[in-house]
Design a protein around this ligand. Structure first.
Ligand code: ZN
Length: 222
C-alpha cells in the first residue's frame, strides 16, 4: 500500500492523511516533517538542506528526493506508506517512481482531493487565530467566535495570519496549478489516479477514501 495524496492547499489533505494513518496504520510521510527531523538530527542531507534554508532559498528537489527515498526504505514503511505533500512536480514524481523501482516496489494509487479555487480561498482566508494561543482557531463563516474578533476561550484578540491572506493563498494556488496539477494527468495515464470531491464535508470524504483504500488493499492481497 504505497499511497500518495494530491490536492490543492485547503482541500483537506492533512485531515484525511491523519485519519487514514489511524485507519490503516500506515506511516504518514510529509516533506515538512522529514525536513525538520533531518535538520534536527544533523544528517548529511539535513545539513545540506539547512544551508539552503539559512540562505532563504528553497531546498532543491534533489535533496528532498534523497530524504524521501531514504524514508520510504525504512523498516516501518516496508509494508506501505502515505505520502503527503510529495511529489509536487513531475521531476519529483519521476524520482519517486525510480526510487520505488529500486526497492522492487511500485505506487498503489495517487489519491486526489479536489475543490474549486474560490472554495479554497473562502476556507483559508476566513481562518482566524488567537494571538495568545494559536491552537484556538476559528472561521468567520464556518466556525465564528461568539463576539467578532475575540477568542471564546480566553478573550484574546483574533488575527488573520499572513499565510492566510487572500493574496498569499492565490499565489500558492497558482504554484499548485502550474507545478503540481500536471501530476493529475501523469498518474491518470498510469492508471493510478483516484478522485475525491473535497467540496463535501470531511466525514464524507473520509468515508469515500477509506472505502477506496480498503478495496485497493484487497486487490493487492489477491
Ligand atoms: Zn484564545
Amino acid at each position: 500500500m504505497n499511497l500518495i495524496l494530491l490536492g490543492p492547499p485547503g482541500a483537506g489533505k492533512g485531515t484525511q492523511a491523519e485519519r487514514l494513518r489511524e485507519d490503516f496504520g500506515l506511516p504518514l510521510i510529509s516533506t515538512g516533517d522529514i525536513l525538520r527531523s533531518q535538520v534536527a538530527e544533523g544528517t548529511e542531507l539535513g545539513h545540506e538542506a539547512k544551508r539552503y534554508m539559512d540562505a532563504g532559498e528553497l531546498v532543491p528537489d534533489k535533496v528532498i528526493v534523497g530524504m524521501i527515498t531514504e524514508r520510504v526504505g525504512q523498516g516501518d514503511a516496508r509494508d506501505g506508506f502515505l505520502l503527503d505533500g510529495f511529489p509536487r512536480n513531475i521531476e519529483q514524481a519521476d524520482a519517486l517512481g525510480e526510487a520505488l523501482t529500486g526497492l522492487d516496489r511500485r505506487l498503489t494509487a495517487a489519491m486526489l482531493i479536489e475543490a474549486p479555487d474560490d472554495e479554497l480561498v473562502r476556507r483559508l482566508a476566513g481562518r482566524r487565530v488567537c494571538v495568545k494561543n494559536p491552537s484556538h482557531i476559528y472561521h468567520v463563516e464556518l466556525d465564528p467566535p461568539k463576539h467578532d474578533g475575540v477568542c471564546d476561550q480566553d478573550g484574546s484578540r483574533l488575527i488573520q495570519r499572513d499565510d492566510d491572506s487572500e493574496e498569499t493563498i492565490r499565489r500558492r494556488l497558482e504554484v499548485y496549478h502550474s507545478q503540481t496539477e500536471p501530476l493529475i494527468d501523469y498518474y491518470d495515464r498510469a492508471g493510478l489516479l483516484r478522485r475525491f470531491d473535497g467540496r463535501r464535508n470531511p466525514d464524507e470524504v473520509h468515508t469515500h477514501i477509506r472505502a477506496t483504500v480498503a478495496t485497493l488493499r484487497l486487490e493487492e492481497e489477491l
